[in-house]
Design a protein. Structure first.
Lengths: 495, 501
């Protein structure tokens, strides 16, 4: 199999899985095995066939069809997309394991539809990762929006329907209103929408128009959840937890920031941005989003809502990294895609495990729960440390490079923003762990411990607990393997 | 004479047969008086017309414009049938929609029209098709009026077949409006005749260029604009359309929505470019300044009103008003890219809308109503039909890899090329309104439970499902493989602007 074929195969592979899932819908065990095998093989294709080629500097390209004159549907793998595809496909395996435990433990309905839409969304994410031009990226970006809509509205309740409206309204609204506009504009200005090292807009667009175009891209990518277009992410939390974990902490939101980063690097080009200061305003928007989202997170008692606002803040780290227009900033942003993904998915897995194991959603009800669910809360601690950015966690590296990038751009204020955000994330994440481990469990009216929290370990089902433990350990492992990611991403700044 | 000689003779006469065969078959349908037999005849004729349109198109592509002298009388004295890239494309769309809608019709007709009247329905349908095909391929301005009246009269009768009594008033309303429109067109043609002394379109253009812009020409353009505007349902001349589409039988709506307005658009384009000429119409007479505000108003008013409709058929009718706005906008951009957008949207909208209206026919057949609440639970009960609705609906919104995206791409690009970025913004904003009205239906179909006492509903019959999915599939197919639609539309637009191919 050539690498080019593998690239195409990686995009359509999850679709083949859909066939199997639909075929085996009457036998849940076979169905879930099909999903697992699909996910495993996808990861194998991405990691074993495509990654080695990209590591040695090749850029496998696959042209599918020219839809309109100058608008190719085509794939080309470069380091940033490689990393995103690795993260999405790798975490899909673990999330599938987790889904089995969660969906069965929580007695969810319509599980076949769930697994099918999940596979569709992953296919969309891989398509976004490998897109060779803005047009292809836009196609798969919309495919992700549409395929995740049934997941957000999975429960079919009135609340789910309302959340679905916000979700679709903001994501479709921004993408059709701004992103499509930016796409046409880019095409007219540059005569192409291909991603090229160094960008395609230098000398084609300048002055204030460059700022406007950047704004259309940044806000048009609603999935990046820049304020004020962030409301869809908290709304999406009505979905089952595996969806929140993989899609709304990894695949969907990372597709958004990945788009912004890729456009900054390969459409505008960081040299152009650095010389014109066109992205200066975007650093301020990102900084505002980082701080504001962290403060809102502090006020949320619902664990998933708090994590959602935390995600909004962390996504803007990546936008900030790109907007700084320095190579260290881009490296840090790219690295944060992976580091934050593993950390945040751990936290969401734990939130779901707490829901399945103890039926608790509010942080104020979790006193003493850590003694009953030590593995879950232990994993939560690991994930929290990584999101905060403390060593020896993977998250510390990306934050390091981001700060380096801000310093390189001589924007000390942004360094302070990053530090303040770390402090805020300690303030909103640590209380969860502290309550779980150090507060006594609540007592019922008779002075006895609450019947649900009798001593002894009572965790959620194994398949709900194992995944967060694995990803929690992954956060530590990434600390020691950050060098590999660094070497991969170096291909962006030194082509 | 050998068989191959006969075939060659027949194929030379294809332009004339395109009109004559449906006309004569209409009479035969009346004589047959048997529902299924009449339908079978109409089917053969409709698919035959489509095949002949394909042959004509390939011939135009291969060896240029076809000129056919009726009865052997040379133009400009005799009546000429003239097929170039523009009307070959329109003819292809019209005959295809005629054929596919007719294929879907039997079950739906059984429900809505007494079986004794089926043969009359088939006759009217073929007459309407004759008129539409005639308007499309004739090279004679007066003939356009004649065929317009044939198609109009038969469509009034078709609309009046609706099951409710409001079908009659709707038909009457359309008749009054349509007659006024036809009269304006006739007046316009008369004035051009006065100035040029000819009725042949190609000849008119030559004479008119020599005369130059004077007041008579200006008034003639105004009359043609108003007349075709009524038939095309350009805002604010659209008031006949929502009622006619809502109360006509579902099959008739699917047929007319995808053909009648498209041919009216063609007539407008033909008059503006082939008779008046782009420089006269846009440079001297400022047609673009009149049409653009109306088109934008149509895009917003149509979509906005559609959002508040409780009857989904009516909702789609208002959506048509908005979509016609896009086509007219493409014309008013007065550029090759803009007109390409308008023409490609003619092609694309015909596919999407006929598909959506056939979904309405299927729902009406199975549930008995097209009101919004009738869709409750259909996501589970009629999954294949509703999936087609979602696909065609997404295309209406303009999701990439569907035909709607292709149209929007050219329109936005045309606007930006002309430096009209506010127009580009408005195009994109209005397509979000489509998201709202389509998603209202999707939410009801997939989230609302049907009431307890609702009768059991099952999937539509295959005779409807297959045409529905041919059309829904086409919205995706032509969204990816655009060489046919975009290739023809842009070649036609370049031809009309006189840009070298």
């Amino acid at each position: 199999m050539t690498v080019e074929t593998a690239v195409g195969l990686a995009v359509v592979w999850p679709l083949a899985g859909i066939g199997l899932i639909a075929l085996f819908r009457r036998w849940p065990n076979v169905r879930e095995t099909a999903t697992l095998v699909t996910a495993g093989l996808l990861f194998a294709i991405v990691a074993k066939v495509i990654l080695p080629a990209v590591m040695v500097g090749s850029r496998p390209r696959l042209d599918i069809i020219e839809v309109l004159p100058g608008l190719q549907l085509a794939f080309e793998v470069e380091p940033l997309g490689m990393l995103f595809a690795l993260v999405a496909s790798g975490l899909w395996i673990i999330t599938t394991l987790y889904s089995i435990g969660y969906m069965r433990g929580h007695h969810e309905e319509n599980q076949t539809r769930f697994y099918i839409c999940f596979a569709l969304a992953i296919s969309g994410a891989v398509g976004v990762a490998f897109a060779a031009n803005v047009f292809t990226l836009f196609v798969f970006y919309e495919a992700i929006t549409l395929s995740t809509y049934p997941l957000v509205t999975h429960h079919g309740t009135e609340a789910a329907k309302r959340a679905g409206r916000v979700y679709l309204g903001i994501l479709m609204g921004t993408s059709v209103g701004f992103l499509l506009f930016a796409l046409v504009w880019t095409y007219l200005a540059a005569g192409t929408t291909e991603f090229r090292p160094g960008g395609i807009l230098a000398g084609q667009v300048d002055g204030w128009q460059l700022c406007v175009l950047l704004g259309l891209y940044a806000f048009g990518t609603g999935k990046a959840a820049l304020m004020p277009f962030h409301r869809w992410l908290p709304a999406a939390m009505v979905a089952p937890t595996p969806v929140s974990a993989l899609l709304h902490a990894v695949a969907v939101v990372k597709a958004g920031v990945f788009t912004v980063l890729k456009v900054l690097v390969y459409v505008f080009g960081i040299d152009l941005l650095a010389s014109t200061d066109a992205s200066r305003w975007l650093t301020w928007v990102a900084a505002f989003t980082i701080i504001a989202a962290s403060i809102v997170a502090l006020t949320k008692d619902n664990l998933k809502a708090r994590l959602a606002y935390s995600t909004i803040g962390q996504l803007s780290y990546i936008v900030l990294g790109g907007a700084l227009a320095t190579s260290a900033g881009v490296l840090g942003g790219g690295m944060h895609i992976a580091m934050h993904a593993v950390g945040k998915i751990t936290l969401f897995f734990c939130a779901g495990a707490i829901l399945v194991g103890a039926h608790k959603t509010e942080i104020s009800e979790m006193d003493g729960l850590g003694r009953r669910m030590p593995f879950t809360f232990g994993a939560f601690l690991l994930g929290s440390l990584s999101v905060i950015g403390l060593p020896p966690m993977g998250g510390s590296w990306s934050k390091w490079y981001l700060m380096l990038g801000a310093a390189e751009a001589e924007q000390m204020f942004m360094v302070m923003v990053l530090m303040a955000s770390s402090l805020l994330s300690i303030a909103y994440l640590m209380p969860v762990v502290a309550r779980g481990f150090f507060r006594p469990p609540p007592e019922d009216g008779h002075g006895n411990p609450d019947s649900g929290s009798v001593s002894g370990i009572r965790e959620a089902p194994l398949l709900c607990v194992l995944p967060p433990v694995l990803t929690g350990i992954g956060c530590v492992v990434l600390f020691f393997y950050a060098d590999d990611i660094y070497r991969l991403l170096m291909g962006i700044v030194t082509p | 004479m050998t068989g191959s000689d006969l075939l060659a003779r027949v194929s030379d006469d294809l332009p004339a047969l395109q009109i004559a065969v449906p006309l004569l078959s209409a009479a035969i349908c009346l004589l047959v008086r048997r529902a299924r037999a009449a339908w079978a005849i109409a089917m053969v004729v409709a698919w035959g017309s489509f095949a002949s349109a394909c042959v004509l198109l390939s011939r135009v592509l291969h060896s240029g414009t076809i000129s056919y002298a009726e009865g052997g009388w040379r133009a400009p004295w005799g009546i000429e049938l003239r097929i170039d890239l523009l009307n070959a494309l329109v003819l292809l769309v019209v005959t295809f929609i005629c054929a596919i809608v007719l294929t879907a019709s039997p079950r739906s007709l059984d429900q809505e029209i007494w079986r004794e009247h089926h043969h009359k329905f088939c006759a009217l349908y073929l007459l309407c098709m004759t008129g539409l095909a005639g308007m499309t391929i004739t090279g004679d301005a007066f003939n356009i009026f004649v065929f317009l009246e044939i198609s109009s009269l038969s469509s009034y009768a078709l609309i009046a077949q609706g099951t409710t009594r409001r079908a009659l008033t709707s038909s009457l309303q359309y008749l009054v409006m349509g007659t006024i429109g036809g009269t304006f067109i006739l007046l316009g043609i008369g004035m051009i005749y006065m100035v040029t002394g000819t009725l042949n379109i190609a000849d008119m253009a030559v004479q008119l260029a020599a005369v130059g812009p004077n007041r008579t020409v200006l008034v003639a353009l105004a009359c043609i604009g108003i007349g075709t505007g009524i038939k095309l349902a350009v805002f604010p001349l659209h008031i006949w359309l929502p009622n006619a589409y809502t109360y006509a039988p579902a099959i008739v709506t699917a047929f007319l929505a995808a053909t009648a307005t498209k041919v009216a658009y063609y007539v407008l384009v033909r008059f503006v470019f082939s008779i008046f000429g782009a420089s006269l119409a846009f440079g001297e007479l400022r047609l673009d300044a009149v049409l653009m505000p109306l088109a934008i108003a149509a895009m917003f008013v149509g979509s906005f009103v559609a959002i508040f409709q409780d009857d989904t058929k009516r909702m789609l009718a208002y959506s048509s008003v908005a979509q016609i706005g896009y086509m007219v906008l493409g014309l008013s951009l007065a550029s090759v890219t803009g007109l390409t957008g308008g023409l490609v949207h003619l092609f694309n909208h015909a596919i999407m809308k006929s598909g959506l209206f056939l979904v309405m026919a299927a729902v009406l057949l199975q549930v008995g109503s097209t009101r919004l609440e009738a869709f409750a639970g259909l996501g589970r009960r009629m999954p294949i039909t509703m999936a087609a609705f979602v696909v065609a609906g997404l295309s209406l919104i303009g999701v990439p890899l569907t035909v709607g995206f292709v149209s929007k791409w050219y329109l936005v690009m045309g606007a930006l090329e002309g430096g009209l970025w506010p127009v580009a913004v408005l195009i994109l904003l209005s397509s979000l309104l489509a998201l709202i009205y389509i998603w209202r239906v999707v939410e009801v179909a997939y989230f609302r439970q049907p009431p307890e006492d609702a009768p059991e509903v099952c999937e539509a019959p295959a005779s409807l499902l297959v045409p529905i999915w041919v059309l829904a599939g086409a919205t995706v197919f032509f969204g990816i493989f655009t060489s046919l639609s975009v290739g023809l539309a842009s070649a036609a637009a370049r031809m009309l602007f006189g840009v070298e191919l």
